[in-house]
Design a protein around this ligand. Structure first.
Ligand SMILES: O=c1ccn([C@@H]2O[C@H](COP(=O)(O)O)[C@@H](O)[C@H]2O)c(=O)[nH]1
Length: 287
């Protein structure tokens, strides 16, 4: 019998210890493909993905492919994504499929099978989930992730301004707060939890105003919004002061704009890591 895989929370914590917390987005926007001199075709996506992998392997702990930008190309786009997920695993990179899935429980099970079950070509280490149909509707994905040593990141406070019209409703008992509490409940077992949250790196003001109870999460936070959306180290500090668990700042377009030259991409990754380093990490030189 093969050894069961360690939990996602534990695998992520040890990868972050080794490679730091920056999560690089793999977002093959049509405009980036054009800027890289690539066609907006599955072959263009494949070359884009391989170049990003060359640049980030052995430099970061985790990448986040944006599923929508592969899905644009139908089954052939999904084939490129499958190949990217397999190559990433072979290169020792963790993957978060940014698919933002959510459905009624019975069909949520289909998404869970696709993204979180051993043997599925699309299985990633973790997936992003939308709780709009109610946190409990995500149960099939929560169960599949637990059983297979994978993780989930549930949207709580997104980086886009429109999110406030749903997520801020309820004041100190806001929708976002209730998602935080529900995720924390899932992570009560010992060790770093595998049920994470998505909280925009740009969302510090709302984190404070809504008094989000992030210190009780015991799970990772994925924080998109670094770079192209304007967040940097100051905004991350403002949003996540007091959080003791893993926070994964994500940057996609700002780093990817440095391509297609692999050395330039590596420099962009390193520059972002340096810019996000806390004074304590800068002193120890370990990030
Ligand atoms: O609240 C959210 C949730 C997800 N995202 C995703 O992150 C990247 C950000 O890309 P940039 O180019 O660094 O802006 C993208 O895939 C989004 O769909 C987010 O931005 N905010």
């Amino acid at each position: 019998m093969p050894e069961p895989r360690a939990t996602f929370g534990a695998r992520l914590a040890s990868a972050v210890e080794q490679w730091g917390s920056l999560c690089v987005g793999v977002d093959p926007h049509p405009s980036l493909l054009e800027a890289w001199g690539l066609d907006d075709t599955p072959e263009g996506l494949r070359r884009f993905s391989h170049t990003v992998l060359d640049a980030v392997s052995g430099r970061v702990s985790v990448i986040k492919p944006q599923v929508a930008l592969f899905e644009r190309h139908g089954s052939r786009g999904f084939a490129v994504l499958e190949d990217l997920l397999a190559r990433s695993a072979a290169n020792g990179l963790l993957t978060i499929a940014d698919a933002k899935r959510g459905d009624i429980g019975s069909t949520m099970a289909g998404y869970a099978d696709a993204w979180l079950r051993d043997g599925s070509a699309l299985a990633a280490d973790a997936i992003t989930l939308s709780p709009y149909l109610g946190f409990e509707s995500l149960r099939p994905a929560l169960t599949a992730a637990r059983e297979s040593g994978r993780g989930v990141f549930v949207l709580a406070l997104t980086s886009n301004p429109e999110g406030a019209s749903v997520q801020h409703v309820g004041g100190e008992n806001s929708v976002a707060q209730r998602i935080v509490r529900a995720a924390a409940q899932e992570n009560l077992a010992d060790g770093p939890g595998s049920v994470g949250l998505v909280i925009g790196a740009t969302a510090g003001k709302a984190v404070r105003e809504l008094r989000l109870e992030l210190e009780s999460l015991n799970g990772p936070i994925l924080a998109p919004g670094v770079g192209a959306q304007g967040a940097g180290r100051r905004e991350l500090d403002a949003a996540f002061a007091g959080v003791s668990g893993v926070v994964l700042p994500n940057s996609s377009r700002e780093i990817l704009r440095a391509g297609p030259d692999v050395s330039a991409l590596k420099e962009a990754v390193e520059a972002t890591q340096n810019a996000l380093r806390t004074p304590a990490e800068a002193g120890s030189g370990t990030d």
